[in-house]
Design a protein. Structure first.
Length: 314
């Protein structure tokens, strides 16, 4: 059976790779599983943070754009990223940690009817910790994390999208991809790719007004999980039948991808589970040095000169 197994990764914009690296690696305790470049513009870093091996469903990725201005918030955009933690006690742990480290955060409350803690990264990206009701089979805790395993981030949870025409997005999620509606409020609907599971949820909020103007801390796209290239070809035909434009399947070396924008302008990527981050680096040394896909390897010297070094301060 062909279905969407949840989120694969999200990609965001950061102004400063060093501050970004410090926050996600040292404060949030995620593993930097891949330090590479934007394959379409190798002058900028593309950093991947996730669990021990960068499992699909755990990765937050960032493009560094030093000239990025502030995000002008609006509609027709991805507006919040949910991250799953094991328990209510984990929220207490993170709340105290954020106080000590002066991370901007809110009070413990509820999001998608679950205990939650909202916070921001240095670029202003809106994030929220959510207590998972069950463990995640695909998550692999990282023994070298600064965070005790009982409080580590297990992966992505609900991804929030704010749009003018939620009925158009619903048509894509339900009728194209087979998501189900978990619950609905006046201007908010929660969709699940796997019934009863928080790791593939998409929260859709209706909001009128001007489109968001992206900048630092904005979300570029959401990637959703596809098993392999055979399934990706199936989805490519379905996406085209729906009338969406796509440039076809792209080999990103670490996975294969298909991109399209739905009717509100939200950019989706469909990404295969493999080969994964260990295709060119052993497990012990993931993310320690600059990794380049084979087609960029001959330009390594040129690319390294364009990139500033990333400090590894704790």
């Amino acid at each position: 059976m062909t279905y969407i197994a949840g989120h694969h990764h999200t990609s965001m914009i950061t102004k400063d790779a060093n501050k970004n690296n410090h926050f996600y690696k040292n404060i949030l305790g995620l593993r930097r599983v891949k330090m590479t470049v934007n394959q379409d513009d190798p002058s900028m870093y593309h950093l991947f943070f996730g669990d021990e091996i960068g499992s699909p469903g755990t990765e937050l990725t960032f493009f560094e754009i030093p000239m990025a201005g502030r995000t002008h918030k609006g509609t027709n955009s991805i507006t919040r990223i949910g991250l799953l933690v094991p328990s209510y006690e984990s929220l207490l742990f993170w709340s105290e940690r954020f106080k000590q480290l002066k991370v901007k955060h809110g009070e413990i409350s509820e999001y998608t009817k679950r205990p939650s803690l909202s916070f921001e990264d240095p670029d202003g990206l809106q994030l929220v910790f959510i207590v998972s009701e069950q463990s995640l089979s695909f998550w692999r805790g990282w023994s070298q994390s600064h965070i005790p395993k009982e409080h580590q981030i297990m992966g992505m949870g609900p991804v929030e999208m704010t749009v003018r025409r939620p009925e158009k997005l619903q048509d894509t999620l339900v009728n194209l991809f087979g998501y189900s509606i978990s619950y609905r409020e006046e201007k908010l609907t929660v969709y699940q790719s796997v019934a009863g599971e928080p790791f593939g949820e998409i929260v859709v909020i209706k909001k009128n007004g001007p489109d968001e103007r992206p900048g630092r801390g904005s979300v570029h796209h959401l990637a959703i999980r596809v098993k392999d290239e055979e399934e990706l070809k199936y989805w490519e035909s379905r996406v085209r039948e729906k009338g969406y434009l796509t440039n076809g399947i792209i080999d990103r070396y670490y996975f294969k991808s298909l991109y399209f924008r739905e009717s509100n302008g939200i950019l989706f990527e469909m990404a295969t589970d493999g080969p994964g981050s260990t295709i060119d680096t052993d497990l012990v040394h993931l993310g320690e040095t600059l990794d380049l896909p084979p087609f960029l390897e001959e330009r390594r010297e040129e690319i390294e000169k364009m990139l500033k070094s990333i400090e590894e301060n704790e």
